[in-house]
Write a protein that binds this ligand. Structure first.
Ligand SMILES: [Zn+2]
Length: 134
C-alpha cells in the first residue's frame, strides 16, 4: 500500500525520488508538495479543535527564536512568515505517544525536529544523548 501511494505522489509531482545513502532511494517534497503545507496545517487545526480536548497534538515553532507559529505559519514572536525548513514541529499538550513502539519514525515524530529534516539525520543527531523512557 505504501509503495503504491509513494508511486502516485511521485507521478503527481508531490514527491521526487532521489538517490540516498546505502543505495536506497529516498523521497523529497517538491515545490508542489511544499505548497500543500498550508492546507494540511488548516486540517490539523480543525482536528485539534474538534478531536483533541487536551490541546494541539503538534505545535510549530520558529527555529530562530522559538516563537509559536499561528495557523498561517506566522511567528507570534517576530512576525515573520516562516519557511518550512526554518520550522520546528514539536509534540503539543494533546500529543499521545503510541505505546512502546521504538521504530525510527515513531521515535522521530515524538520529539521536536525541523520540518524537512530526514528521519535518519534526527536519529543520528540525538543518538547517545537521550534514552527512550520505558
Ligand atoms: Zn520568529
Amino acid at each position: 500500500v505504501l509503495a503504491s501511494r509513494l508511486r502516485t505522489l511521485v507521478a503527481e509531482g508531490v514527491l521526487a525520488r532521489v538517490p540516498g545513502d546505502a543505495g536506497h532511494d529516498e523521497y523529497e517534497l517538491t515545490a508542489k508538495g511544499l505548497a500543500v503545507r498550508s492546507v494540511l496545517r488548516e486540517l490539523m487545526a480543525w482536528g485539534d479543535e474538534y478531536y483533541s480536548p487536551r490541546g494541539p497534538r503538534r505545535v510549530f515553532l520558529h527555529a530562530a527564536d522559538d516563537g509559536a507559529l499561528d495557523h498561517l505559519g506566522r511567528c507570534e514572536s517576530c512576525g515573520e512568515t516562516v519557511a518550512a525548513a526554518d520550522t520546528i514541529i514539536a509534540p503539543g499538550p494533546g500529543f499521545e505517544a503510541r505505546g512502546r513502539r521504538t521504530d525510527l519514525v515513531t521515535t522521530a515524530v515524538g520529539r521536536p525536529h525541523r520540518l524537512l529534516e530526514p528521519v535518519r539525520d534526527q536519529v543520528a543527531s540525538t543518538a547517545g544523548r537521550e534514552q527512550a523512557p520505558d
